[in-house]
Design a protein around this ligand. Sequence first.
Ligand code: SF4
Length: 415
Amino acid sequence: MALIQQVCTAPFARAVHPPSVAIFRCRAFSISSPASASQADPRVLLGMSEQELQQLASDFGQQNYRGKQLHHLIYKRKVKEIEDFSQLPQAFRNDLQEAGWKVGRSVVYRAVTAADGTVKLCLPWTLQLLIKLEDNRLIETVGIPVEEDKVSTRLTACVSSQVGCPLRCSFCATGKGGFSRNLKRHEIVEQVLAIEEVFKRRVTNVVFMGMGEPMLNLKAVLEAHRCLNKDIEIGQRMITISTVGVPNTIKKLASHKLQSTLAVSLHAPNQKLREAIVPSAKSYPLDAIMEDCRDYFLDTGRRVSFEYALLAGVNDKTEHAIELAELLHEWGRGYHVNLIPFNPIEGSEYQRPHKKAVMAFAAALESRKITVSVRQTRGLDASAACGQLRNEFQKSPLVIESDNLQSQSDVAVAC
Ligand code: SF4
């Protein structure tokens, strides 16, 4: 998904994402093999485990502890170039470089705050970063600081999983910008390190709600998840993977038994309305999604969170809330719904719902025993909707052939 629109967001996510944590996504089209090959770059250090780094050091005739030093330099010191690994012998550094190894960090092309255009490092300003990848593609990532109490502040990184997105949800700036390719694992991980560098503090939460549909790049997303959890030491429960729904991938994710949150972007209480908002829904009926979500809970013990972007006059009426509550009760209990009042994007036919409509929608759910949160809207003034900032700086169409969600999901599930 995308950057975070209000905060972060990916499509909506981008258009509407949560500062606190939640989710979104969707879509359809096909990816030819190059785009799907998002696996780890064979000679990139970032993303490798300590054990792999120790093996690498050993392969270069070094002692094991050199691998631990590599791990420390990459993940704790965040050193970006091998030549700056001053703790390592010059000969080892030379050998790595001559063999084509690199750290795998990219350049921050631009940083924008949601409030006043000034990067404020200590608080609650949402910060969007545009990161320029090796092939000159731009991706968005967002840092969202949230004060929890007087002494602690949560810092959430809303990360992208693809360059653009093929799913073209009707409300999403990222979807309107097209799709280019999947991100590699290190390109996902580096977004979190970039946020930590700018804020000068540790990221506490990660949400896969930036540009792209994570389930269409599941292999790289899972590899990045491992690295974020084990190497950067972010708890699994502090990580949320968001999806608009890609056939067969929820089961695949469940098989990994992660303790992270799965967030499913519904945006509508019935199939007909959902197809109008999320075109890819045609390939994944609502009943099938709900069945997979129920099974996900049975397999993992983790309840699915549902994202619902409120679009004025489209899906924000009390009758929609009642229908949504009935749908959720039909498939389980204890579900949580995160409401995201739509953040208008350029060229969108949708409008932001009135505050009264949002409150009435939330009240209708709560009165039916559905727990609800309403995502704060931050960043309305800073192209903060996911995908908008990237679109501003990279106008040329992203390349991709298209069409067929099934072929994409086949690729995703084959990991
Ligand atoms: S188009 Fe892609 S990035 Fe945008 S909301 Fe849909 S799945 Fe998310």
